[in-house]
Design a protein around this ligand. Structure first.
Ligand code: CU
Length: 98
């Protein structure tokens, strides 16, 4: 009986873990350029597994909300999240790295 309970716990933990990891996994980056009027930001970023970017690179992202670009400036180290929205790599969350 105890073994069965332990097994169920392990299965539940295994099911919950990937969601928790995904929710917390912000990407490390550094802002190299901001184009506020176009709502675009250039970020030098580390690997992004969900986009099959195994190496870091510098690339342009669209900002989901242009207002979020006011919180950062070129040179800032950041943590951010991004999604592919309408075929464009889009920053959905951005915060200054501590
Ligand atoms: Cu990239």
């Amino acid at each position: 009986m105890k073994t069965k309970t332990a097994l169920v716990s392990i299965v539940v933990a295994a099911l919950l873990l990937p969601r928790a990891v995904l929710a917390q996994a912000l990407i490390d980056g550094q802002v190299t350029k901001i184009d506020g009027s176009a709502g675009k930001i250039t970020i030098k970023h580390g690997p992004i597994k969900k986009f099959d970017m195994d190496d870091g690179m510098t690339m342009v992202f669209r900002a989901q909300d242009p207002a979020m670009l006011k919180a950062v400036k070129a040179g800032d180290k950041i943590k951010f999240d991004a999604d592919k929205i309408n075929g464009q790599f889009t920053v959905t969350k951005i915060e200054k790295a501590k």
